[in-house]
Design a protein around this ligand. Structure first.
Ligand code: SF4
Length: 604
């Protein structure tokens, strides 16, 4: 297939050996690449019941076929493994430049196996592949790791063009909330993946390449890419809001619609809304824009933070940081939220998982189930210093923060208060209250990766009303919307495209670019069918790992406790109403098992 290199690097860290293999073209035909290919390889090579932190678990990095070709937003590399936090399948979406550089190094995929005897860095500098000791980097933050590695390269020009994915202290200590970070500051979703990487004693992977990629029909490809760039440059969300603020612009809209969580989802409104909007963001930070490879939107906002506690350069708060690390912990000060976000990126903690865990702990303290003496840690809603201290201690497993570093689910269970953990499949809910955005709630309940918005952004239709004016509180049409977005995201992740583009484009718009790049004749429905296949393959992995229909739900609070305040007052989740229709659309039994005929039709 055009766009792909067709090559995979297999690294066995236990043996200190590596080899380059050809990727089976049939697998690329069925799963395309990226997330789909990673999921299929993991399913074929790893026992779903294996210990996520054991050497038998594998960690797969895989770029999609559009990545590095110049296709609009063709930048995404996925990291796939079995999660150390949930025990389910995990997939992180790495944006930035790492994925394209991997392709330029002549590789679509890296499969990491086993466990190194001592900490190492995998270095892929064009055709030179080395497993190098990481003693100088071990114990360092993610940005320090990048600096130390680049300094070690003799060719300073090549060092500038080298991109890394690394873990911080949290991953080194296999904290289940650990994630991976790429390009030195981009926090990647997927809690537990950093812990898997740390369990393998793999501190980082560095990549630099100079191969070129070919597309099937260059003239047509350039024409359709130009057309898509023009569309993105004229759509309001992608040309203005995202470009100016990144996803932080959602905050005001979510406040108006009552979607923002507050204090562990105990409320949907908070009094200081004016202090966290876009105006406040630009008062608090000097924002610099940065884009991923081949992206005209450039939604990433970098900034510097200097404070007696912490000094760093990194991402300005996104909506996710404002919701998960800020408001859900009762913290409304943007500078503190920015610091918390940078601590997560530097220490290698997943912001949703870390924020959800701290919010759970704060509620346990507030309700008197535990206290400062038991936790040896002050954890009060609204106290920024408590949040910052907890994050730093959790990441380093220092003191008694070890206890909350196990995650909100484990902590709440320890006190017999499971219902205080606002999560699904062991993962905290992303900061969108599912009581007042029903489609997103159904997605959270059924998502193979836990309740994460990035695997089906129904928010675009339910709240932003980009293409359809759907009522967020209604269940009408939501099972169809959720399935469509889940399948669409699965195929976009597999091709290597960014979902944010759906704020300016329809999925159909991508089809000419995909075909002119890959030399295929896909119709939109063919691609969605591949997305459906990938979703079912992930579902099968989770079923084999021990998950079933009883895990397709939300925490009781979202059913039993109507929203108390704000515009969505009185709303509760109606997931149970929508679930049977969703199962039927998926071709699953009433107990959420894919039917034999469904699997057969999907070629699984
Ligand atoms: S929209 Fe943002 S996250 Fe997506 S590719 Fe562009 S810069 Fe990266």
């Amino acid at each position: 297939m055009y766009g792909c290199t067709g090559r995979c690097l297999r690294v066995n860290l236990s043996k200190g050996k590596h080899s380059v293999e050809e990727i089976d073209p049939e697998l690329l035909g069925k799963f395309v690449g990226g997330r789909g290919l990673g999921v299929k390889v993991l399913s074929d090579e790893v026992d779903p019941k294996t210990d996520p932190l054991g050497p038998e678990n594998k960690l797969i990095f895989v770029s999609g076929p559009l990545v590095g070709t110049g296709a609009v937003t063709g930048a995404s590399c996925n990291a796939v493994t079995k999660s150390a936090l949930s025990g389910a399948i995990a997939c992180a979406k790495m944006r930035g430049h790492f994925g394209a550089e991997l392709k330029f190094a002549g590789l679509d995929m890296i499969i990491i196996e086993g466990k190194a005897e001592s900490p190492v860095i995998l270095s892929i500098l064009d055709n030179k592949i080395n497993i190098r000791p990481a003693l100088e980097s071990w114990g360092r933050t993610t940005s320090e790791t990048e600096v130390v590695f680049k300094k070690s390269l003799e060719d300073k020009w090549a060092a500038r063009e080298t991109y890394l994915v690394s873990i911080g202290p949290a991953g080194e200590k296999s904290v289940p909330l650990a994630n991976i970070v790429n390009d030195g500051f981009l926090s990647v979703g997927g809690a537990g993946i950093g812990a898997v990487m740390g369990s393998k004693n793999l501190k980082a992977i560095a990549v630099k390449g100079s191969h070129s990629l070919s597309v099937a029909d260059g003239d047509r490809f350039v024409r359709v890419v130009t057309n898509l760039i023009n569309k993105l440059n004229s759509a309001p969300f992608t040309s203005q809001s995202m470009r100016a603020w990144g996803s932080a612009f959602f905050t005001g809209i979510c406040y108006q619609k009552g979607v923002l969580p507050y204090r562990n989802f105990q409320a949907a409104a908070f009094p200081e809304s004016k202090d966290i909007g876009t105006e406040a963001l630009s008062n608090a930070f000097a924002l610099r824009s940065r884009g991923c490879f081949a992206c005209p939107i450039a939604c990433i906002k970098k900034t510097d933070v200097s404070n007696p506690l912490f000094r760093a350069k990194g991402m300005a708060p996104t909506y996710l940081a404002i919701g998960a690390l800020g408001l859900n912990c009762g913290v409304t000060d943007l500078t503190t939220i920015g610091l918390a976000n940078m601590i997560c990126a530097e220490m290698g903690l997943d912001p949703i998982a870390a924020g959800g865990t701290v919010a759970t702990a704060m509620e346990l303290v507030e309700k008197g189930f535990t206290d400062r003496d038991a936790l040896k840690l002050e954890l009060r809603f609204g106290q920024g210093e408590d949040l910052l201290q907890a994050l730093t201690l959790m990441a380093t497993k220092k003191g008694h923060a070890k206890r909350i570093g196990k995650g909100g689910d484990a902590l709440a269970k320890e006190y017999g208060q499971s219902k205080r953990f606002m999560g699904v499949k062991g993962m905290p809910v992303a900061p969108f209250d599912p009581r007042c955005i029903q489609g997103m709630g159904l997605h959270f309940a059924t998502c193979n990766y836990g309740p994460h918005h990035l695997y089906a952004y129904t928010f675009f239709e339910e709240v932003l009303n980009v293409h359809e004016g759907l009522d967020p509180w209604s269940t009408e049409g939501k099972p169809e919307l959720v399935k469509q977005y889940q399948d669409m995201t699965a195929i976009m992740d597999s091709l290597g495209l960014c979902n944010w583009t759906l704020m300016g484009l329809k999925f159909n718009n991508f089809v000419p670019m995909i075909n002119s790049c890959l030399g295929t004749e896909y119709r939109a429905e063919d691609l969605l069918r591949i997305g459906d296949r990938i979703w079912n393959q992930e579902r099968l992995f989770n079923i084999w790992a021990g998950f079933d229909h009883t895990h397709d739900t939300l925490p009781g609070r979202f059913f039993d406790e109507p929203i108390q305040d704000g515009p969505a007052q009185g709303q509760v989740s109606k997931v149970d109403e929508m679930l049977p229709a969703y199962y039927e659309l998926r071709g699953w039994s009433e107990r959420g098992q894919p039917l034999t005929e469904t699997l057969k039709a999907l070629g699984l």
